[in-house]
Write a protein that binds this ligand. Structure first.
Ligand code: HBI
Ligand code: FE
Length: 287
């Protein structure tokens, strides 16, 4: 049974789960997008591209340029031609949030679920659920990076075991604090690569320019123990030394004992720094 989690909007596309296959894949139905929606995409794209030039990591900027999607809501098929030859990933259209096990299964097979509907005019700045702007603009450029491409497949494959061990939340925090809200060091500064940051104008600036927010070096176990908020700017960001650290840091890790040790321990609140930790000093990136 497919339960709609979001109401239908005037686009007729938002959260329509009825016609979806068992794996929740739907057609993108590109021709159903209205001129107003394409115009809204162009404005979102233009605004974020300007911020991204300053604050996103090189890999994101290169990926975005290669996707060349500023003219209107892109056709997923066009991106698939590029992705297929670059990293073997493929986009599939979905109606919105899909169940965890289905999401993991897509990732494990290098299929990235992209929500097909676009946010409304009154929610340009932030929304809690993924839409096509978040999923495509935020995530797809990074799918062209080999380290992210490999990591996402690994994450998908790790999902089943985490669910079976009652440690889904722990694994999901890895995704949240990297793929969605990750920062990476680049040329001595801090750059954004997480899609949740990059698809939000306010958080893109905040994540790298706020002098107070807690920035900690990436450590998988610390990340798995850290709670997060889905409806506010993050209080903690984790910073990678470089993108391959994601793979190097996780491949050799035996998740079983880590899950068993921490799954029943209350998580550390976001924004809290432990006594022995060294937050990354703010180096003064300008807005
Ligand atoms: N579905 N469409 C979509 N996008 C997500 O990011 C997503 C999802 N379902 C489950 C999920 N994320 C997460 O809860 C898992 O990473 C655990
Ligand atoms: Fe996302």
């Amino acid at each position: 049974m497919k339960t709609p989690r979001t109401q239908t909007s005037d686009s007729g596309l938002r959260g329509e789960y009825e016609g979806a296959a068992d794996d929740y894949v739907v057609g993108q139905d590109w021709h159903a997008y209205t001129p107003e929606m394409h115009d809204r995409w162009r404005r979102l794209h233009a605004r974020q591209t300007k911020l991204v030039e300053r604050h996103a990591c090189a890999s994101f900027r290169e990926g975005l340029a290669r996707l060349d999607c500023g003219q209107g809501i892109p056709r997923f098929e066009d991106a698939n031609a590029l992705l297929g030859s670059a990293t073997g990933w493929r986009l599939v259209a979905v109606p919105g949030f899909i169940p965890d096990d289905t999401f993991f299964d897509h990732l494990a097979h290098r299929r990235f679920p992209v929500t097909r509907w676009l946010r409304e005019e009154h929610e340009l700045d932030y929304l809690v659920e993924p839409d096509v702007f978040h999923d495509f603009f935020g995530h797809v450029p990074m799918l062209l990076d080999p380290a992210i491409a490999d990591f996402l497949e690994l994450y998908g494959r790790a999902g089943k075991r985490a669910m079976a061990m009652g440690a889904l939340e722990m694994l999901a925090r890895i995704y949240w604090y990297t793929i969605e809200f990750g920062l990476v060091r680049e040329h001595g500064g801090l750059k954004v690569f997480g899609a949740g940051i990059i698809s939000s104008a306010g958080e893109t600036v905040y994540a790298v320019t706020d002098a107070q927010v807690l920035r900690l070096p990436f450590d998988p176990v610390r990340v798995m123990r850290t709670a997060y908020m889905i409806d506010k700017f993050q209080k903690t960001y984790f910073v990678l030394d470089d993108l391959p650290q994601l793979i190097d840091g996780l491949v050799g890790l035996d998740f079983g004992p880590i899950y068993r040790t921490w799954r029943d321990v209350p998580p550390l609140p976001a924004g809290e720094c432990l006594p022995d930790e060294n937050p990354i000093p703010f180096s003064g990136a300008r807005a």
